[in-house]
Design a protein around this ligand. Structure first.
Ligand code: FAD
Length: 487
């Protein structure tokens, strides 16, 4: 924790300078003065989560005709809670293809004000969850009301899964094959349509990442991933080892500790040579990383401590896999070590830009505002209002970007982790779109949330409203009021 805190403080100092710069340029021009687009295209959007919804809105605002394909029966993506996951866990790790990774008690890890789209404030309504860090149902309500407000529902084809995207021989359009339930029958039928462009918004949180634990194959207990966790009851009286102390690891441990016999958090961040009891909890311990699991049911930690455990819960952050099973080689991108390559600014594959694009790949960001900026950029480039560099220049930019990461010793799988580069990326996108980026208060709120999450993972959400951030909330409310007055 000490190490995390030090890193966060250093990181925050650097960000403060950028924040002050950004705050000075936080006014967003009114979108009504944007010129008419020169080209209107029919665009397939894959996925109706937060990214797909805002992409559809931006495309339509720009004069395009988007069609959104969504394989499930509703909009909202990740934020649709699926209560029926089997939290009692099978003996094998549950590798699911589910849409929802949420547990019943999940609350946002960002204050709502900073999390919402830039021009659709995420404010508490009279009937919903009014907490500053609301539960998942409130986020879904917000996304559904976003879809209603911008009249997007009519653009979405539900229960329609895109199964193949291939380039037409003309090179400028894409054939999209999709599968949907045939009317009046349980059978599925496939169909195809040709679009001028495709925007991929299929999310990337559906393939859980499991920690490598030596000896786990012979270990007799149960394993599951945080994405399969819903409620604590099945862990009643059990000894649970939770791997990872990121947001899901800390939230789930606390949840489970209410019913479990013991909860042991294993973290690579532990600096202690021995395991420690977590203050304020009678049945929670903090350990270093797991060294191995053994046939006799014990789990041995690097610090030398060991426990006989019933369950290993993998809360291995949100390091999930990018997967585009519907893309043919025509897309000219591949995924290697969780890096989608080549991609110009995480959005356009140079060879087929701008007719194919990806929204929402970056990690360690505030997602909704970033999706909005990326979507605005894509829509404007497709209409011809914003210009891309030549293919060669984009390829050179991508190559230089990878060289910079390699020089820092970063593995390829960190390519889309923006973290420190998030604000820079947003400012760059905003500049391309000739608009302001996320407001200064939003960024400062994000930094503050990251810091308290590390310092007080257990209760930062409920202790936020202590007056420290009143000036940021006041600024947010002023900006929101200004938005609401706009036509
Ligand atoms: P998704 O929400 O995954 O949506 C993708 C959609 O595409 C899905 O509806 C899926 O069904 C559909 N789809 C996929 N493939 C196809 C296909 N072939 N054909 C048709 N449809 C398809 N963000 C925050 O801002 N704050 C938080 O507090 C926060 N907490 C999180 C907690 C958890 C546990 C997780 C997993 C994520 C959290 N996030 C949070 C990040 C969250 O993922 C983003 O906020 C955002 O919802 C991602 O949206 P998306 O549209 O990119 O992807």
């Amino acid at each position: 924790q000490k190490l995390c805190r030090k890193q966060t403080q250093k990181h925050r100092r650097g960000r403060r300078h950028r924040f002050l710069r950004a705050a000075a340029s936080s006014r967003r021009p009114d979108r009504s003065d944007t010129p008419m687009p020169s080209r209107s295209l029919r665009v397939a959007v894959i996925g109706a989560g937060a990214a797909g919804l805002v992409a559809a809105r931006e495309l339509r605002r720009e004069g395009h005709a988007p069609v959104v394909f969504e394989r499930t029966d509703g909009v909202g993506g990740t934020w649709v809670y699926e209560a029926d996951a089997d939290a009692s866990a099978s003996p094998e790790p549950l590798v699911t293809q589910r849409r929802s990774n949420l547990d019943a008690s999940l609350r946002t890890n960002l204050p709502r004000e900073c999390m919402g789209f830039l021009d659709f404030p995420f404010v508490a309504g009279p009937d919903g969850d009014t907490r500053r860090f609301p539960g998942h149902a409130e986020v879904l309500r917000y996304l559904q009301s976003f879809a209603r407000r911008f009249d997007l529902d009519g653009l979405v084809r539900l229960e329609t899964e895109v199964v193949r995207v291939s380039r037409e021989t003309s090179g400028t359009s894409w054939r999209v094959r999709y599968s949907r339930k045939a009317s009046g029958s349980e059978k599925r039928e496939t169909d195809e349509e040709v679009f001028d462009a495709v925007v991929i918004c299929n999310g990337h949180y559906s393939q859980p990442h499991f920690a490598d634990v030596a000896g786990v194959d012979a270990w007799p207990g149960k394993q599951l991933h945080s994405t399969s966790y819903r409620v604590p009851e099945p862990f009643h009286g059990q000894v649970v080892v939770v791997i990872g102390c990121g947001p899901s690891g800390t939230d789930i441990s606390r949840d489970i500790a209410g019913v479990a016999k013991e909860v042991h958090l294993a973290s690579r961040w532990s600096l202690s040579a021995t395991s420690e009891k977590l203050p304020g909890h009678a049945n929670m311990w903090f350990h270093s990383e797991i060294d191995r699991a053994q046939e006799d049911g014990s789990v041995v930690f690097h610090d030398g401590s060991r426990v006989k455990a019933d369950v290993i819960m993998h809360c291995t952050g949100y390091i999930y896999k990018y997967n585009f099973p519907f893309l043919t080689n025509d897309a000219t991108v591949s995924v290697d070590d969780n890096c989608v390559d080549p991609l110009y600014k995480h959005v356009f594959p140079p060879q087929v830009a701008p007719r194919l694009s990806f929204i929402g790949l970056p990690l360690k960001v505030v997602p909704f505002p970033l999706f909005e900026l990326q979507s605005h950029w894509v829509a404007g480039v497709l209409s011809g209002r914003f210009k891309l560099p030549s293919k060669d220049e984009m390829v050179r930019d991508v190559t230089a970007f990878h060289s910079r990461l390699a020089a820092r010793g970063w593995p390829r799988r960190y390519t889309h982790r923006l973290r420190d580069r998030e604000f820079e990326n947003e400012d760059w996108l905003a500049e391309q779109c000739r608009r302001g980026g996320p407001e200064g208060w939003r960024r400062e709120m994000f930094d503050a949330a990251m810091q308290v999450m590390v310092e007080r993972p257990e209760n930062y959400r409920d202790e936020w409203d202590g007056g420290d951030y009143d000036h940021l909330l006041a600024q947010a409310n002023r900006d929101f009021a200004a938005h609401c007055q706009r036509p």
